[in-house]
Design a protein around this ligand. Sequence first.
Ligand code: TRP
Length: 462
Amino acid sequence: MDNMNNSLPERDGFASKFGIIAAAAGSAIGLGNIWKFPYITGIYGGAAFIIVYLACIAIIGTPVMLSEFTIGRRAQKNAIGSFKKLSPNTPWFITGWMGFLAAFSILSFYGVVAGWTLDYIVKAATNSFAGADADAIAGMFGGLISQTWTPIFWQVVFMALTAGVVLGGIKKGIEKYAKILMPLLLVIIIILDIRAVTLKGAMEGLSFLFKPDFSELTGVSVLEALGQAFFSLSLGMGAIITYGSYVNKHDNLSNTAGEVTIADTLIAILAGIAIFPAVFALGIDHDQGPGLVFVTLPEVFQAMPGGFIFSVLFFTLLVVAAITSSISLLEVVVAYFVEEQKMIRRDATIIATALISIFGMICSLSLSSSVKIEFFGKNFFDWLEFVSSNILLPLGGLCIALFVGWKLGKQKVLKELSNEYTINAPFYHVFIFLVKYIAPIAIAIVFLNGIGVLKYILMIFK
Ligand code: TRP
């Protein structure tokens, strides 16, 4: 204690370029890619839907991601503190608050779904799917989520794992685990892809994914693609602002945003390739929704040579993908507690995890048969998902794009993208144009659709 240091302790941050990419891609790549992307692609018509999704990623997703990185690195603060610092005494900090709320709500239900995937690793590893018919497998899923304690147990285990990583901080927690888990994820998904494309009858599944039939596209599917782009890239609530604040001043933000976007998109497509050939080869319905990975896939695996090992690998993949995403959600809340409420990281992590886990338990209970919590026809789980994905994320993304496009100032944006004029920022003008006009308009359309207002506006123009 006699050797007191007067200078402020250095702010924790990412140590390497690979660490940044692994952590940010780890945030983006999650249940959204492996659970949700395949099932909505199945529902909304395959390849044509994917093409629209790719367009949304390129035109809206990438600029909003770069906006978040820019805000975070410029401010060197958490999601709420960033807006306060860059635009003091204005209401922009509300954007950060919405993000805080969204992180809280998303992680509550995300932890529940991730808990199911832990339970499924055990089911897979104990060979529970072997010999079960379709009805029995569907019954296992319904049986799990309607129980009171088992899903809560797994949810808490999952939240504890997430907290364990976040406790370590950036270099020794988030970055360290992302650098191990992301390569592991890539290896597993490639093994599953090789297995899938070498199945007899794989072609039909592949052409569903890659041969577009545009007659299947509707207005709703286009909007769904845009919403999915947001969720999948972890945009709209400050997760990437928070990670951006840990990015080194010498790193090239445009390249980082581009690489993370490409990695996220690639993994979503690879997840589709792992799933659809098998689904088509076995003649199972491809458009059955959220149960696709929990109901259809075990059925596929148990009918497949080597299915036991592939099912263990698949559910491990889901957990790995989910944990690096939930870490980024928890970090948004923890960074706020540490920087704005002056808590130490340990207390911040414990309190945030406990609060979110309690919400998550209510979510889980709202699906159980013992306690049904429902209001206005939706249970608590569905409400959290609805409010966060359809209201908070689009609204947050809209504010973030508007903030960078109209408020932050062109010079500051250029300085951030060019690392104080030391590197080229060739896409600067395109970026400003997208973030000023295109992204806000497109996001506004998603939002109005999400809250069910768009159809009335369109009626006025008819
Ligand atoms: N992107 C993650 C997924 O695809 C989920 C996620 C993590 C997220 N952080 C986020 C979604 C922030 C929205 C905002 O599963």
